[in-house]
Write a protein that binds this ligand. Structure first.
Ligand code: RET
Length: 284
């Protein structure tokens, strides 16, 4: 006969999560710093790109500006507690049976904190990064579409890996699917678009952006495995979050800065001309 062991599970509210972020300096700063940077870069890129008139060049600028815009929403979701949750990890996970002390009340709850909103919003921000890269490389719509679809796949299956609490191996199955999708994107970046960029005469900037992207995106992948949601080699939620925030600063804001600067200085190289809707004069 099975015995039912009563356990006390405290209900964690969204307000608890909001106040926890507010009162945990490491976790809080990893979020608030990025809201500020996303806002500042959005204004900076709007200013830098103010004279770009060519529609294709403008599309590249708008696409990286949108990364900052999505970032504001993404980090606001985390700051407000909307996209943060406490998850009880399955048996076998390093954080199984772990408890979390809420920074504002000192109360202890069962489970570990997941900032799952990150993975969700990456499904919106990273396609914009790839759109900018594909356009700079002069790639065609088929390859851009393929890269973007697999990229959305990375983030949604990454979200599934983070949220699966039914079985420890299933978390890694999701992770494996996500990594497989990631390798498709890496292939397009390293081989397809590198070749396209050579033909388009943009190989120099593309090669810098490609290295930055591939190295950092592998960084995110490894960080997930090491962080509190993976093997928990780094079990601090604040440190895990700062890792992603630091990657974000380079992979989004520095990346976008390099893109906007290049486009502003080299409009001719990324212009689509009249085929892209540009008129040769202001007269219709
Ligand atoms: C996860 C875990 C599952 C396996 C893989 C991942 C890769 C994530 C990447 C994120 C890049 C994010 C960026 C955000 C900018 O807004 C989801 C961590 C492969 C590559 C650039």
């Amino acid at each position: 006969m099975s015995q039912i062991v009563p356990t006390v599970v405290m209900q964690v509210t969204q307000q608890d999560m909001f106040e926890h972020v507010l009162n945990d300096p490491l976790l809080g700063s990893s979020i608030y710093a990025n809201i500020a940077l996303a806002g500042l870069t959005l204004l900076l890129f709007a200013y830098m790109g103010r004279n770009v008139a060519d529609p294709r060049a403008k599309l590249i600028v708008v696409s990286v500006m949108s990364v900052s815009a999505v970032s504001i929403a993404s980090y606001t979701g985390l700051a407000s507690g909307l996209t943060i949750g406490i998850l009880e990890m399955p048996d076998g996970h390093a954080m199984s049976g772990a408890t979390t002390e809420l920074a504002h009340s000192g109360e202890t709850v069962e489970g570990t904190i997941s900032l799952w909103g990150r993975y969700l919003t990456w499904a919106f921000s990273t396609p914009l990064i790839l759109l900018a890269l594909g356009l700079i490389a002069g790639s065609d719509i088929t390859k851009i579409f393929t890269a973007i679809i697999f990229d959305i796949g990375i983030m949604i299956t990454g979200l599934a890996a983070a949220l699966t609490t039914s079985s420890y191996p299933m978390r890694w199955v999701w992770y494996g699917i996500s990594v497989t999708f990631f390798l498709v994107v890496v292939y397009i970046l390293l081989f397809e678009w590198s070749e396209d960029a050579r033909e388009a005469g943009t190989e120099e900037i593309f090669s810098t952006l490609k290295i930055l992207t591939v190295v950092l995106w592998f960084g995110y992948t490894i960080w997930w495995a090491l962080g509190n949601e993976g093997l928990a080699v780094i079990d601090s939620v604040g440190l895990t979050s700062w890792g992603y925030s630091a990657f974000d600063i380079v992979a989004k804001y520095l990346f976008s800065f390099l893109v906007v600067k290049y486009v502003v200085d080299n409009v001719g190289k990324v212009s689509g001309g009249s085929e892209y809707g540009a008129t040769t004069s202001g007269v219709p």
